[in-house]
Design a protein around this ligand. Structure first.
Ligand SMILES: Cc1ncc(COP(=O)(O)O)c(C=O)c1O
Length: 430
């Protein structure tokens, strides 16, 4: 299915419901974990694999041209030139290319939020053996709010950092960092800015180039609606030479496919970082998904998701849940972190799953205990103080509404404490 046909269907949602088989089974609120693939992405994968099965190498030229088209589309989605985009295995690979590609000296400083996703923190901690100092910015309270002022305070707390790193949207509570403002601060401080954009790219409009972001990366498997293990990396053109290509190969050089020319002359685009054969089939699927996003328009998708999140917060609050995420306009995202008093959070996620609702049990708030709030009219659950890991909370993130009617609600029945049927382990990732 092409992007053109994707837009031709009349739909109440910016993305066409029929493209999402997941809506036949689930109220899917876990795009912050693993997104369900839309049908056009599945078809693109199948088409590519079939072409390779029928024609082998003869299919390559067309696929290589397709990759360049998708590179340009990815650049549009990120608000960057296509020459600054490389395809990578996943977000972690992209972060590693920055961490290990930059040159470090003992005493260089990196500023990064505390309570980040592990992959957004480990690459910098792993530089300790080179004498690199990692300074962490503390989020505010339970909401995980990270103001630019907090970054500024940390930046100014020592010698000018070489690099500032952050997730655009924090994976736990969903706080969205103001990248335009942080970019300005980093430019003034003479620091490079590296942003893990996996929890926002595809659902929140991006202008990474004009915001002053130098490096950014995202795998496909969240808000990009792409497959797992196929992502994009942005490297600002003027910063490309700061990075040592970690896997130089035939695809890194300006004269690629001139097999007799062994001069090592790196390509002057981000493609030099790709090294060898890209994940052609994965990129085809990612491209089909990005086509859907661009055709629908990310601003329209964002206002739809934002509205659904607000609705979820209103309804959940009405039944006694606590919304932990900071929902101010400046920092809210597609992730809503919620706590319901009275029951272990993983069990709650499993109950929701049994009701056909996908959420994830995530987040860190060491002082929080999970209990279900008994609500008038609902059968009380036997009181159980939670001895479960109190860092866990339920996280909602999704662009889908319930499948049958398209009504934009979170069914309150799903959160009733009395139902115990069919409890299974909830799927978990990210
Ligand atoms: C902020 C953030 N970064 C990265 C990842 C995933 O990294 P990768 O694409 O390497 O699996 C996640 C997944 O939850 C995430 O939330």
């Amino acid at each position: 299915m092409t992007a053109t046909s994707a837009t031709s269907t009349t739909a109440a949602t910016p993305l066409v419901r029929e493209h999402f088989p997941v809506t036949k089974r689930w109220t899917y609120l876990n795009h912050a974990g693993i997104c369900p693939l839309p049908q056009p992405a599945v078809e693109a994968m199948h088409r590519h694999a079939t072409e390779v099965s029928l024609d082998g190498e003869f299919s390559y030229a067309a696929h290589a041209a397709e990759i360049e088209r998708i590179r340009a589309a990815s650049g549009r989605l990120m608000g960057v030139p296509s020459t600054d985009v490389a395809f990578v295995k996943n977000t972690t690979t992209g972060l590693g290319m920055i961490a290990n590609g930059l040159e470090w000296a003992a005493g260089d400083r990196i500023v990064v939020p505390d309570l980040e996703f592990p992959s957004t923190l480990y690459p910098w901690l792993a530089l300790a053996d080179r004498g690199v100092v990692v300074d962490r910015v503390q989020p505010e309270g339970d909401s995980g709010k990270l103001t630019v002022e907090a970054f500024v305070a940390r930046i100014n707390a020592g010698p000018a950092p070489k690099l500032v790193v952050t997730s655009w949207v924090q994976f736990g509570r969903g706080w969205r960092v103001d990248l335009a403002e942080l970019g300005r601060v980093c430019r003034e401080a003479g620091a490079l800015l590296c942003v893990d954009v996996i929890q926002a790219l595809g659902v929140i409009p991006a202008e990474l180039d004009s915001w002053g972001v130098d490096f950014a990366m995202a795998d496909g498997h969240k808000w990009l609606l792409g497959p797992e293990g196929c992502g994009v990396l942005y490297v600002r053109g003027s910063k490309l030479d700061l990075l040592r290509p970690l896997e130089p190969g035939w695809n890194s050089v300006v004269h690629r496919e001139e097999w007799d020319n062994l001069d090592l002359v790196f390509d002057d685009t981000a493609r030099r970082l790709e090294g060898g054969m890209p994940n052609v089939t994965g990129i085809a699927a990612l491209g089909a998904s990005i086509d859907l996003l661009l055709a629908a328009g990310v601003p329209a998708i964002w206002s739809h998701v934002d509205r659904l999140c607000e609705l979820a917060c209103t309804r959940l609050t009405a039944i006694g849940a606590t919304v932990l995420s900071d929902r101010s306009a400046a920092g809210r995202s597609g992730i809503v972190s919620v706590q319901i008093d009275g029951e272990p959070i993983p069990l709650l996620a499993e109950k929701l799953r049994a009701e056909g609702i996908a959420v994830s049990a995530r987040g860190r708030a060491a002082d929080l205990a999970a209990r279900i709030q008994h609500r008038a009219g609902h059968r009380a659950v036997g009181r159980r103080d939670c001895r479960v890991d109190p860092r866990l909370t339920t996280r909602l993130s999704g662009r889908c509404v319930p499948p049958s009617t398209g009504r934009e609600t979170l069914p309150a029945r799903a959160i009733r404490p009395g139902r115990r049927a069919g409890i299974r382990r909830a799927a978990a990732s990210g």
